[in-house]
Structures are given as structure tokens and as C-alpha cells.
Design a protein around this ligand. Structure first.
Ligand code: COA
Length: 330
């Protein structure tokens, strides 16, 4: 097989969040939490909540169609779809297959990728390899989650998550712009610090497992915090070193949105002014796989990403999974 290596760029973005808003003050009326504490410590004011008849694929398809339209393409032009989600519609088939059908992109191969909050980063990295090697030309990468479906609303950690989806279309380019580096990491020793135990083969759906609360996410907040502020700087510094880039040259960091403290501490450690760190957790909380592509779409639509801008992506999630990527916007 002939060796091909092509540069890969993002040519379209899209996002979708459900209409229903849960403010901190509303949640305070039924859960043992404190609205002011949540805003102060987590940076979250409100989040969007999908309706009962709105599975993850619904959000994903809406975001995906917007990204395809913004790329100036049609669904039939897409030859690869990757959906990053940890709240799939069902265990089978993949949410990506359902999305492919919903948007009628039947010329594509479609699969899910499970890396929880790092899912979108892992997915754009994967799609970029296929495009770089000439296997596929136009990839639709979607990060979508509906954590509201796996939240125990009687616990105080119900405040962390919201629902949403974002998407990007990647293609090849002759220019020297586009993705410059990817670094992905997994450390399975962290596997119980954030987990959704129920519904799989360990705790299959049963009355006992549901009664035991296994359908809800479980999080060791302190471990997430301590790991986040270690591994995000490690991954970011590695992609900067890989590309000979100094932090001063970076225009924006578009990170996953775990908590404002993790992002502020990370910015301090890597030496990036916090004004260059994009956030939207105040409006959407942590939408897991959706965080980075929703932010990317907002920044793109707001005209903040100029040709030549150097943009860092970084994420940390359950697994542990973490990583970073650097792109020169075009
Ligand atoms: C969760 C986190 C805020 C907890 O902070 P901590 O200092 O480790 O705190 P503790 O759990 O010991 O709680 C300390 C106090 O904060 C307050 N508190 C903690 N969680 C709260 C919540 N959800 N709502 C209101 N108050 C809360 C309480 O006053 C608590 O005191 P108490 O335990 O005596 O009631 C912190 O660990 C964190 O930000 N972790 C990162 C989590 C994350 O980013 N998750 C994203 C998912 S990947």
C-alpha cells in the first residue's frame, strides 16, 4: 500500500443543547446542595436537561447536521462518523449507527468511542489518523452525552453534569495548517474513581442492581481533582514540546469542563493567562463528551478562531483517560 500522509483540518462545527434549564437554585429545592457553593467552587450556574424522549443520538444528530452544514457538505459526503459518548442510547447498536440513520449519512462507516470526558479528543485524534492516511476524506466527529439520565438527583453531586452535544467535520488539506500534534493517555488504575457501573455485563439490568443504585454515575471528587491538575499540564506540555511551541504562542485553550478550580490550577501550572482558557460550564455544567466541541462551535461562531490561531485542546476523564492536541486554525 502506498504511504500517504495528509494534513487534517476542521472545516465545520455545530452544537445542540436541550431547551430545559435547571438552575442551581432550582436543584437546591430538592437536592442536598447549595447554589452559591456550586457557583463559587465549580463555576456552574445552570445546565441543560434532555427530555424523557430525547436520547443521546437525538442531540448528536442535531449537532452533527449543523456541523455538516457549516462545512458546506451534505450527509452523503461524510465517510466516517465517530460518536464519543458514555451515555449511549443502548448497549447495542452503537449510538453512531443510530445517528448515521437519523442524518442519513449512509456512505459512512460509523462507530462509538468510549473515553468518557476525553471522548471527543480521542475521537478527533482517531478520525485524523484515518484522514491523514487517505483511508477516509470527510469525518464527522460528535461528542454527545445525556448524563441527566444517570444522575441520582437525591445526591449532592447531581450538580456537576448537564446534557449537550457538539460536532466537528474534519477533512484533508494541502496547507500546512490543521492538527500539529496529539498525545493521548490511559491509566486503568484510575478506573473506579469515576464509573457508571450498571447496565453492562458486571451489573446487568435487574431490580436488585437498580435498587442498589448501580445505574447512576459514581465519582470520587477529590481523586478527579488531584488527577486533573497533574495530567492536564503533563499532556499539554508534551504537545507543546512535540511541536516546539511555547505557551505564549497559544491563542486559546479549549478544555474539557470538569470544574473551574481544575481549569484555573491547570492554567497557572502551564503558565497560560486564564483569559485564554475558554469555559461555558457556567451555562452547561459538564456535558462530558460534549464539552470541547460545544465550546469549539461557540468560539468558531463568535469569530474568535482566526486563520493561523494556535488552539490547544485538553481533556481528562474516567479511566483515567487524558490527552491534549494542538491545531493551527485555518
Ligand atoms: C467535588 C469537589 C468540589 C469536592 O471538594 P473537596 O474539597 O474534596 O470537598 P469534600 O467532598 O470533602 O467537601 C467539602 C465541603 O464542600 C461542600 N460541598 C462539597 N460538594 C458539594 C456539593 N455538591 N454541593 C454543595 N456543597 C458541597 C460541603 O460543604 C463539604 O463539606 P461537608 O462534607 O462537611 O458537607 C472537588 O473534589 C472537585 O472539584 N473535584 C473535581 C470533580 C470534577 O471535576 N468532576 C467532573 C467529573 S469528571
Amino acid at each position: 500500500m502506498q504511504q500517504i500522509v495528509r494534513n487534517v483540518r476542521i472545516i465545520g462545527t455545530g452544537s445542540y443543547v436541550p431547551e430545559t434549564v435547571y438552575t442551581n437554585e432550582y436543584i437546591e429545592t430538592f437536592a442536598p446542595t447549595n447554589a452559591a457553593w456550586v457557583e463559587e467552587n465549580l463555576g456552574i450556574k445552570e445546565r441543560r436537561i434532555a427530555s424523557e424522549d430525547q436520547p443521546t443520538s437525538d442531540l448528536a444528530a442535531k449537532a452533527g447536521l449543523k456541523a455538516i452544514e457549516s462545512a458546506g457538505l451534505k450527509p452523503e459526503d461524510i465517510d466516517l462518523i465517530i460518536v464519543a459518548t458514555s451515555t449511549p442510547d443502548r448497549l447495542a447498536p452503537s449510538t453512531a449507527a443510530i445517528v448515521q440513520d437519523k442524518i442519513q449519512a449512509y456512505n459512512s462507516v460509523a462507530f462509538d468511542l468510549a473515553a468518557v470526558c476525553s471522548g471527543f479528543l480521542f475521537s478527533i485524534s482517531t478520525a485524523a489518523q484515518f484522514i491523514a492516511t487517505g483511508v477516509y476524506n470527510n469525518a464527522l466527529v460528535i461528542g454527545a452525552d445525556t448524563f441527566s439520565k444517570i444522575i441520582d438527583w437525591s445526591r449532592r453531586d447531581c450538580v456537576f453534569f448537564g446534557d449537550g452535544a457538539g460536532a466537528a467535520v474534519l477533512t484533508h488539506t494541502e496547507s500546512d495548517k490543521g492538527f500539529l500534534a496529539f498525545r493521548l493517555y490511559t491509566d486503568g488504575r484510575g478506573k473506579w474513581n469515576f464509573t457508571i457501573p450498571g447496565g453492562g455485563s458486571e451489573y446487568p439490568l435487574s431490580h436488585e442492581n437498580v435498587d442498589a443504585g448501580h445505574r447512576y454515575f459514581q465519582m470520587v471528587g477529590k481523586a478527579v481533582y488531584e488527577t486533573g491538575i497533574k495530567v492536564l499540564p503533563k499532556a499539554i506540555n508534551q504537545v507543546l514540546a512535540d511541536t516546539g511551541t511555547s505557551i505564549d504562542q497559544v491563542d486559546y485553550l479549549i478544555p474539557h469542563q470538569p470544574s473551574i478550580r481544575i481549569l484555573k490550577d491547570t492554567a497557572k501550572i502551564i503558565g497560560l493567562p486564564f483569559e485564554k482558557v475558554m469555559t461555558n460550564m457556567d451555562r452547561y455544567a459538564n456535558t462530558s463528551g460534549g464539552t470541547i466541541p460545544i465550546l469549539l462551535d461557540e468560539a468558531n461562531k463568535a469569530g474568535k478562531l482566526k486563520p493561523g490561531s494556535l488552539i490547544l485542546f485538553a481533556a481528562v476523564g474516567s479511566g483515567w483517560t487524558y490527552g491534549a492536541s494542538l491545531i493551527r486554525w485555518s
